[in-house]
Write a protein that binds this ligand. Structure first.
Ligand code: FES
Ligand code: FE2
Length: 330
């Protein structure tokens, strides 16, 4: 299977209004539009007449109208030309769906399922969308290792004093690479401790599952007591989906959820968690964009104990995600 056969989130639902929007779908430019009946369409962002960008057009009824000469298309890409009645112009269309506050697309007729990214009892906090000037593999490296949290982040993960005591476990299956990190929680503000039910001395656990159809990472964070591993409240879950633009640029959609016991505070917690997550993710972005050599090869790097995952994810991205017809992105 190739990348375009898998569902990718390309736009936040709230970012589409009456106007069509141009999006990236693994290097292809698509136009997303919503008809007056509320139903979404995804078409190649290029009019087959004289190659105008359809995303510069307008929606009339349930059809997308090209701004150049007024040819117009339904959500299946079937067109008509006002000037030449017998013509049947046609634009390539894509499967489209809405879930978790995002719009997802894939190739028509592929049998891939929409990813299920969280326990349904969890409450969604936010959907965040970024474009980062770095290749897909470097983004996956960043979000699948915890070592950078000490110096890149402010609230997430561990601190430099505790990182040498963080235990890291790796499990590899045919379709996933799983990483569990467990170690001393970094110091966080007292009000956050109280709010999240954190007890001092608890170990912070991060469970990461890197999957490749499409490339995304499921994340679970929670605390356990150091002695009996008793489960503590405050579990947060999330997922990060990657959508490469080209070999130097990648889009990323992040979904964040909290356990239902925290959901009672959601009016207060949602804006706070959204602000913190966005702030921390922009720190990741800044760090990734500052890497001096963004070649995806790991040859010549001097790697540490948290970097075993780099080789494993590269192998799977290559075999499970990229295929010959999209290799031009590389
Ligand atoms: S280019 Fe679209 S109608 Fe002419
Ligand atoms: Fe990070």
């Amino acid at each position: 299977m190739k990348a375009h056969n898998f569902w990718h989130p390309v736009l936040k639902t709230k970012d589409i209004k009456r106007q069509p929007v141009s999006v990236n779908f693994c290097g292809k430019e698509l136009v997303i539009f919503r008809g007056e009946n509320g139903i979404l369409g995804a078409l190649e962002d290029c009019c087959p007449h004289r190659r105008m960008r359809l995303s510069k057009g307008t929606v009339r009824g349930n059809r997308l109208v090209c701004p150049y000469h007024g040819w117009n298309y339904d959500r299946d890409g079937k067109g008509t030309s006002p000037s030449t009645s017998g013509l049947r112009p046609c634009v390539k269309s894509y499967d489209i769906a809405e879930k978790y506050g995002a719009i997802w697309v894939k190739e028509l007729h592929s049998t891939a399922e929409l990813p299920v990214i969280v326990n349904p009892e969890f409450h969604q906090v936010c959907t965040l969308h970024y474009r980062i000037q770095a290749p897909l593999e470097l983004l996956v490296d960043n979000f699948s290792e915890i070592e950078h949290s000490c110096t890149t982040h402010i609230f997430l993960g561990h601190d430099l004093e505790g990182i040498s005591r963080v235990e890291s476990y790796l499990e590899v299956t045919e379709d996933a690479v799983r990483i569990i990190n467990k170690g001393p929680q970094r110091k966080i503000p007292r009000f956050l401790e109280l709010l999240l039910g954190y007890k001092r001395g608890s170990l912070f656990v991060g469970e990461l599952e890197v999957l490749f159809s499409p490339v995304h990472i499921n994340i679970k964070n929670y605390w356990i007591s150091p002695n009996d591993s008793e489960f503590r409240k405050g579990e947060a879950q999330g997922a990060v989906f990657f959508n490469p633009v080209n070999d130097q640029e990648t889009e990323m959609m992040m979904f964040s959820f909290m356990s239902s016991e925290l959901a009672v505070f959601s009016r207060f917690l949602n804006p706070l968690a959204t602000f913190l997550l966005d702030y921390e993710t922009k720190l990741d972005k800044k760090m990734l964009e500052g890497i001096t050599n963004k070649n995806i090869s790991i040859v010549g790097m001097q790697l540490g104990r948290f970097d075993k995952v780099l080789k494993l994810t590269r192998e799977r991205i290559k075999s499970l995600y990229w295929q010959k017809d999209v290799i031009s992105l590389r």
